[in-house]
Design a protein around this ligand. Structure first.
Ligand code: AHR
Length: 487
């Protein structure tokens, strides 16, 4: 029986709801077919946006959506995607399969999608192949209510009042697909671009600099030492997965290797945060993990450039564990965007023509939504280690928060592929009188939600938890994500 202590009277940071964000790129079938089918489609839609998808994302309480890339962002010229559809340029999507991009989904369509879903837009500008003027004009076009050539153009294109886009990325992966830059060079470029992104109408622009990947600590060091005062956020990208075997082809070895790789993000966040702390001890600059998730070889028979993969309970556990890690780093991590929203990498939704399924990862995001804007509470878990081929990893993952109405939300993952674990928790600083529980689990570790069986791995009520004299006890079955709500 693992010992667990929750100090309900020791409050830590607020868990920013934006940690529960998603990412959508012009890649494969994410935007086209996934989000947008066009007004004339037979697939039910409102202004071209899929009704089933919008409803599912509203239910999941998606707080923020990053767009238009990714690598695509540093080739994207936003003017190609505004104005009458028939006049929009057709371009080649050079990063993702050299497909034709007809720009029918542009700024107005993205803002409409966010409006329908009720989420905050997060736009990534083009620093790699764009110009300062182009990025600065985009902010003007979107946020400016007074008279300017850009606001006039927006009005001419059918949008009278300005929108509000607070979150702006200044380039993407500029150490790689966004220009192969040195950190010193990017830091200078970043400052030049950021300088011209104005706060129109008192709407502050929250500027997010391209940050490191994995353990690229030198990037963080240079960016923080040279540009910290000019940024509000620094991005971090981290993908885990495997080079062989699709998302559903795995044995015990791959199971533990993938989950251990996911746990590694804790170390990366800790060490990048330590560098940030030296330049920004007040933690003014947020760490935005604006791309993360599993990345496997694509499903057989699908276009290798479209990055389409299925999702099992292993992905649900990786999502649950990663979100617990973000919660625990809520003092520095104030935003995150899993890659990607629909039909690409670790999606929350998959579509096939008019059909749609919610993946196991979707159910984790929906289950964890209670943590959004809640207060992180102090907790400690006696965690045993699992030994696997060549390494060890933590068996359990957890985080705890207090919701605005005083209830306490506990999320737990048992990462063991085959064995259950019982936990006995001392709940200090609070006397609970009721407990409800939900679980995501799969009968077979390889189960998926497919178009002919859409609800195999979903969240269900759970009866394996009970109140005890000093807190609660819970019997976690193998490979499960569990949420407890205590009152
Ligand atoms: O999410 C797919 C790609 O991964 C993005 O375009 C890029 O930023 C990252 O390398």
């Amino acid at each position: 029986m693992a010992k667990y202590i929750i100090n309900a009277d020791i409050e830590k940071s607020r868990i920013d709801k934006n940690i529960y964000g998603n990412f959508s790129e012009h890649l494969g079938r994410c935007v086209y077919e996934g989000m947008f089918v066009g007004k004339d489609s037979d697939i039910p839609n409102v202004n071209g946006m899929r009704t089933d998808v919008v409803e599912a994302l509203r239910e999941m309480r998606l707080p923020i959506l990053r767009w238009p890339g990714g690598c695509f962002a540093d080739t994207y010229h936003w003017m190609d995607g505004v104005g009458p559809q028939e006049n929009r340029s057709k371009i080649v999507n050079v990063h993702w399969g050299f497909t034709t991009e007809d720009n029918s989904f542009g700024t107005h369509e993205f803002m409409e999608f966010c409006r329908q879903v009720g989420c905050e837009p997060y736009i990534c500008g083009n620093l790699g192949s764009g110009t300062v003027k182009e990025m600065s004009d985009w902010v003007d076009y979107i946020n400016n209510d007074s008279l300017s050539p850009m606001s006039e153009l927006r009005r001419k294109n059918g949008q009278d009042s300005a929108w509000t886009v607070k979150y702006w990325g200044v380039g993407n992966e500029n150490w790689g697909c966004g220009g192969t830059m040195r950190p010193q060079y990017y830091a200078d470029e970043y400052k030049r671009y950021a300088c011209y992104l104005r706060d129109y109408g008192g709407k502050p622009v929250f500027k997010i600099a391209c940050g490191p990947y994995n353990d690229y600590y030198e990037w963080t060091e240079v960016l923080m030492s040279q540009a910290a005062p000019y940024m509000n956020g620094l991005a971090l990208h981290y993908y885990c997965g495997s080079g062989n075997g699709t998302s559903t082809e795995f044995g015990e070895k791959e199971w533990y290797t993938n989950i251990a790789a996911a746990q590694k993000i804790d170390e990366y966040i800790t060490l990048h945060s330590a560098i940030m702390d030296r330049y920004d001890p007040e933690k003014r600059v947020a760490l935005f993990v604006d791309e993360w998730g599993t990345w496997y070889p694509v499903e057989p028979g699908t276009n290798p450039h479209f990055l389409y993969q299925q999702s099992t309970v292993k992905d649900a556990l990786i999502a649950g564990t990663t979100l617990n890690i973000f919660n625990k780093h809520a003092d520095r991590v104030q935003g995150a965007n899993i890659a990607q929203l629909i039909n690409v990498l670790q999606s929350v939704i998959l579509t096939d023509g008019a059909k749609m399924v919610k993946t196991p990862t979707y159910y984790v995001f929906k289950m964890y939504a209670d943590h959004q804007d809640a207060t992180l509470l102090d907790s400690w878990l006696e965690n045993s280690k699992i030994e696997y081929d060549g390494g060890t990893l933590d068996k359990l993952s957890e985080s705890v928060s207090r919701l605005a109405d005083g209830r306490v939300c506990v999320t737990l993952c048992n990462l063991d592929m085959n064995k259950g674990e019982s936990i006995s928790c001392a709940l200090r600083g609070m006397k609970a009188s009721s407990l409800t529980a939900e679980i995501i689990q799969a009968e077979d570790a390889h189960d998926i939600n497919d178009f002919d069986q859409a609800e195999k791995v979903v969240a269900r009520p759970f009866d394996g938890a009970r109140l005890t004299a000093d807190g609660f006890a819970v019997d976690l079955p193998a490979r499960c994500v569990v949420k407890l709500i205590l009152k």
